[in-house]
Ligand binder design. Structure first.
Ligand SMILES: CC(C)(COP(=O)(O)OP(=O)(O)OC[C@H]1O[C@@H](n2cnc3c(N)ncnc32)[C@H](O)[C@@H]1OP(=O)(O)O)[C@@H](O)C(=O)NCCC(=O)NCCS
Length: 188
């Protein structure tokens, strides 16, 4: 497949010089858009699947933004990941297709101005803990997800989710958590 050859070429000869960090054996297949490579750190063995939009832009006056993707993480098709301050996806995370991850919003405060003309508003930073799995169509908007969490398909995560949780729904609520004493996933 031509796009794989192009992705490998860029990974070897272009991205290491354009990204803040671009790890070994990582690949970004046929991206939709990449904005702000100089603020992005991509770990080793990261695979970003086709038609994903990665952006890291200082639009909210909060200093230098960061978008980090940890070692061994796979980002699915058609993901949209937009950082204006900090989005950190730790190691060995899997995001399914059509996942949206952001630490900012379009401000809607002024009722007399079209929202598209209003400033971008900074909200809470995003962190997705190591080993987590983010289901299809999930939106993560200014929230932290702990280690080894599962976020069910179509969930909207607007509040922090603790380590070793299964969370579903809009807004996402924890429905199961791992109990290290009983060694069972227990319903909440
Ligand atoms: C969350 C998920 C992993 C199931 O986890 P589970 O521990 O097996 O959960 P269960 O099937 O026992 O469901 C527990 C409850 O949550 C509900 N539930 C499960 N997934 C849900 C979802 N995505 N949204 C809302 N509710 C959901 C179930 O209906 C059930 O409710 P009930 O107790 O009222 O019947 C699965 O439903 C899911 O959403 N997987 C994501 C699949 C995906 O996106 N794959 C992409 C390929 S990478």
């Amino acid at each position: 497949m031509l796009h794989k050859v192009i992705a490998k070429f860029k990974a070897l000869f272009i991205y290491p010089f354009k990204f803040k960090q671009f790890g070994k054996k990582s690949r970004i297949d046929n991206p939709l858009r990449i904005e702000g490579m100089n603020f992005m750190k991509i770990g080793n063995r990261v695979w970003v699947q086709p038609y994903t939009w990665l952006a890291c832009q200082p639009l909210t006056g909060c200093g230098e933004p960061v978008l980090e993707v940890g070692d061994g993480t796979t980002i699915g098709n058609f993901n949209h990941i937009y950082a204006t301050q900090s989005v950190i996806i730790e190691d060995h995370v899997l995001t399914a297709d059509k996942v949206y991850i952001t630490d900012n919003l379009h401000s809607y405060a002024d009722p007399d101005m079209p929202i598209i003309q209003q400033p971008i508003k900074q909200i809470k930073e995003v962190r997705i803990g190591a080993g987590s799995w983010i289901g299809e169509n999930v939106c993560i908007i200014g929230a932290t997800i702990g280690k080894h969490c599962t976020i069910g398909a179509n969930s909207v995560v607007t509040h922090d989710i603790p380590d070793y949780s299964v969370a579903v729904g809009a807004p996402a609520r924890v429905i199961k958590q791992y109990n290290f004493e009983t060694k069972q996933w227990e319903s909440k």
